[in-house]
Ligand binder design. Structure first.
Ligand code: ACM
Length: 499
């Protein structure tokens, strides 16, 4: 019942049982992880010592950056990997081999902690296996983000992309520019029902994450081999920014408030040097919280209307000799990509930036269709495949009556996600690569963890297996999903039942 299915899995008759005497021989990080993950549910102390669980880094092992071998036999469990990252996945696979009660928060009665004899050799197809969570549309509780990290790590997924800012809320604490949260993290109301019904709930909503809270999340994720990639979405999806600081917009004298409606808004950042500088300041704070190399700068859905109508955009176009206002999007991203390079960072952007002259080392997140994967490769970029047609998890699995309200696109059933092959058929691709696949959970219609989990699970499992590269027959996958659902039950996580 392993998910993702390992690249090679041979089972043998017999089982070995962990006991109160079982010791761990492993690098300190791995021994600590085994105890952090297993001791609460099993009550086993798993002290350091010879025998039992043996985890070894062998830099010469031909297992890639994240691969591992895991053998369970009469003498215990032994794992080898070239890296700590590989050993972390071996820990997760070992945990999946245990009885499902291993996922409970505290010990239950009378479980024998058996591991079936097995020989596993395993390595992922793609280096990026991710989920994006939009915490801007609704501020989701911090503990739930820890749960999402758990869900990723259990499925050997290594990236949590946090969409921290949008028109309806700015969720990243900035000491330099505090109105981003004191004003921009709050809105006076939200849509009630579907956006097209134009009803309002009249209820204020808001919240943000302190830098310390996010540092805690980053550390929790890192112990599990998950990197958190933060996104500051700009220069569009910035109604909340302009509400906080109207001088960053194109019409400061207009009335401004954090958006209370979903959809694409015309309000974008202006093109003044001072505005770019404010965003540089924010990024300086962001990189101090998120140590990973990649920073997502958004760049999606930026209407050029205000740049054409306002003075700031027209002046910048004249200075740069631009005739297409949409090229200001490339200019904006380049200003910040250059700045981030000074911090040793690279940028990720949505596929609107293809053909807009962003640096060659920018990763493109291709979302508007599978053809955008190809377009980004041809434009000279490495790509994260996240097409809305296959892996937008905000789209409901079914449009049948009785399903909860959703963005209204789709449906995107489990079979569509599971059947996705991120590799575009056509070549050449300028030597550039698809680096991985990611499911995106936009949350306009997912105001709380229970709603979010309904859309996330179990489709996350399908994204994980596609990214790991072992997706096969759907019917066989659905059988293994029974194991995943039992794990979710043990964790106290909810999900959409299988059809
Ligand atoms: C997006 O879905 N607007 C990237």
């Amino acid at each position: 019942m392993l998910i993702p299915q390992p690249t090679s899995y041979v089972s043998h008759p017999g089982a070995w049982t962990l006991t109160a005497g079982t010791a761990v021989e492993a690098p300190a990080e791995i021994a600590a992880l085994l105890r952090e993950l297993l001791t609460p549910a099993t009550g086993l102390p798993l002290p350091d010592g010879p025998g039992g669980l043996v985890f070894t880094v062998d830099p010469a092992a031909d297992l890639g950056a994240e691969g591992y071998t895991l053998t369970v036999d009469g003498s215990g469990a032994r794992a080898t990997a070239a890296t700590l990252a590989g050993l972390r996945w071996a820990v997760q696979t070992l945990r999946q081999l245990l009885p499902v009660a291993a996922y409970a928060a505290q010990p239950g009665p009378g479980t024998a902690w058996t591991l079936p004899y097995a020989e596993i050799t395993d390595r992922p197809r793609y280096p990026w296996r991710g989920i994006m969570i939009d915490v801007a549309r609704w501020h989701q509780p911090l503990p739930w983000l820890h749960t999402v990290v758990d869900l990723l790590a259990i499925h050997r997924m290594n990236t949590l992309h946090l969409h921290l800012t949008d028109d309806q809320g700015w969720r990243f604490e900035s000491h330099r520019h505090p109105r981003l949260t004191s004003v921009g993290a709050w809105r006076s109301a939200s849509p009630a029902g579907h956006e097209r019904d134009k009803q309002t709930d009249g209820a204020p909503h808001g919240g943000f994450y302190t830098q310390d809270e996010l540092r805690g999340l980053v550390a929790y994720a890192a112990r599990r081999g998950v990197t958190v990639v933060p996104e500051i979405d700009l220069p569009g999806h910035t109604v909340a920014v302009v509400a906080a600081y109207p001088e960053l917009g194109n019409f400061p004298e207009a009335r401004h408030e954090t958006a209370t409606r979903w959809g694409i808004h015309d309000r974008v950042l202006n093109c003044d040097d001072a505005t770019v500088q404010v965003m540089r300041d924010v990024l300086d704070e962001l990189v101090a919280v998120f140590p990973g190399e990649l920073i997502h700068l958004g760049g999606d859905e930026v209407p050029p209307k205000e740049w054409v109508e306002g003075e700031s955009g027209r002046a910048r176009m004249a200075e740069l000799g631009l005739t297409d206002p949409e090229d200001l999007l490339g200019w904006w991203i380049n200003q910040l990509a250059d700045h981030l390079r000074g911090h040793g960072r690279r940028v990720v952007v949505w596929d609107e930036l293809v053909g807009r002259g962003v640096p060659a080392d920018a990763l493109i997140m291709a979302w508007r269709g599978v053809d955008r994967v190809t377009a980004a490769l041809h434009d000279g970029h490495d790509v994260i495949a996240t097409p809305s047609s296959h892996v937008y998890l905000d789209y409901n699995e079914s449009m049948a009556e009785g399903e909860p309200p959703s963005i209204g696109s789709g449906p995107t059933p489990l079979s569509t996600v599971y059947g996705y092959d991120p590799e575009p058929a056509d070549d050449p691709r300028n030597g550039h690569r698809v680096l991985g696949v990611q499911g995106n959970l936009w949350t306009e219609y997912l105001p709380n963890p229970t709603r979010a989990e309904y859309n996330l699970l179990p489709r996350l499992c399908a994204v994980a297996e596609v990214g790991w590269g072992t997706a096969g027959e759907l019917a066989e996958f659905r059988q293994r999903l029974a194991g995943a659902l039992a794990r979710f039950d043990a964790m106290g996580v909810t999900y959409r039942p299988l059809d």
